[in-house]
Design a protein around this ligand. Structure first.
Ligand SMILES: [Zn+2]
Length: 81
Protein backbone atom coordinates (compact mmCIF):
# COMPACT_ATOMS: atom_id res chain seq x y z
CA UNK A 1 0.00 0.00 0.00
CA UNK A 2 1.38 3.36 -1.04
CA UNK A 3 0.99 6.53 0.96
CA UNK A 4 2.43 8.71 -1.79
CA UNK A 5 0.26 11.65 -2.72
CA UNK A 6 -0.56 12.30 -6.32
CA UNK A 7 -2.45 15.01 -8.15
CA UNK A 8 -5.73 13.18 -8.58
CA UNK A 9 -8.54 15.59 -7.74
CA UNK A 10 -11.05 14.52 -5.09
CA UNK A 11 -14.59 14.11 -6.50
CA UNK A 12 -16.11 15.64 -3.35
CA UNK A 13 -13.86 18.55 -2.30
CA UNK A 14 -11.82 18.93 -5.51
CA UNK A 15 -8.50 19.12 -3.65
CA UNK A 16 -5.52 17.36 -5.29
CA UNK A 17 -5.10 15.23 -2.17
CA UNK A 18 -6.23 11.77 -3.27
CA UNK A 19 -4.02 8.76 -2.64
CA UNK A 20 -4.37 5.00 -2.96
CA UNK A 21 -5.91 3.52 0.20
CA UNK A 22 -5.78 -0.13 -0.83
CA UNK A 23 -6.10 -2.44 -3.79
CA UNK A 24 -8.13 -5.57 -4.53
CA UNK A 25 -6.94 -8.93 -3.16
CA UNK A 26 -6.99 -10.16 -6.76
CA UNK A 27 -4.51 -7.81 -8.44
CA UNK A 28 -5.91 -5.36 -10.98
CA UNK A 29 -9.62 -5.70 -10.11
CA UNK A 30 -10.07 -2.39 -8.29
CA UNK A 31 -8.23 0.34 -6.44
CA UNK A 32 -9.63 2.19 -3.44
CA UNK A 33 -8.75 5.86 -3.05
CA UNK A 34 -9.05 8.24 -0.10
CA UNK A 35 -8.88 12.02 0.07
CA UNK A 36 -6.58 13.39 2.77
CA UNK A 37 -8.56 16.65 2.91
CA UNK A 38 -12.19 15.52 3.36
CA UNK A 39 -11.65 11.75 3.93
CA UNK A 40 -13.98 10.78 1.08
CA UNK A 41 -13.09 7.32 -0.19
CA UNK A 42 -14.18 5.51 -3.31
CA UNK A 43 -13.43 2.48 -5.42
CA UNK A 44 -12.17 2.78 -8.98
CA UNK A 45 -15.05 0.62 -10.21
CA UNK A 46 -17.76 3.02 -8.97
CA UNK A 47 -19.60 5.20 -11.49
CA UNK A 48 -18.87 8.81 -12.44
CA UNK A 49 -21.23 10.19 -9.75
CA UNK A 50 -18.83 8.76 -7.14
CA UNK A 51 -15.50 9.10 -8.92
CA UNK A 52 -15.62 12.09 -11.30
CA UNK A 53 -15.49 15.63 -9.82
CA UNK A 54 -17.57 16.94 -12.72
CA UNK A 55 -20.30 14.33 -12.20
CA UNK A 56 -20.29 14.26 -8.37
CA UNK A 57 -23.68 15.55 -7.06
CA UNK A 58 -23.39 19.27 -6.26
CA UNK A 59 -25.44 18.90 -3.06
CA UNK A 60 -22.80 16.51 -1.67
CA UNK A 61 -19.77 18.65 -2.48
CA UNK A 62 -17.63 19.80 0.46
CA UNK A 63 -15.75 23.10 0.59
CA UNK A 64 -12.40 22.44 2.32
CA UNK A 65 -12.70 25.86 4.03
CA UNK A 66 -15.83 24.61 5.86
CA UNK A 67 -14.21 21.46 7.29
CA UNK A 68 -12.61 22.99 10.44
CA UNK A 69 -16.01 24.34 11.58
CA UNK A 70 -17.97 21.15 11.00
CA UNK A 71 -19.44 19.55 14.14
CA UNK A 72 -18.31 16.12 15.30
CA UNK A 73 -20.98 13.52 14.50
CA UNK A 74 -22.07 12.16 16.85
CA UNK A 75 -21.18 14.91 19.34
CA UNK A 76 -18.53 14.06 21.91
CA UNK A 77 -20.31 14.08 25.33
CA UNK A 78 -19.05 16.01 28.33
CA UNK A 79 -16.66 14.04 30.48
CA UNK A 80 -18.26 12.60 33.64
CA UNK A 81 -16.36 12.62 36.90
ZN1 LIG B 1 -11.78 15.44 -0.67
Amino acid sequence: MSSARNTTVCPRCEEPAVRVMTTSPVPGKWTMYVCDTCFYSYRSTEGPAATDPAAFPADWKVDPADIPGMPAMPPVPQRRR
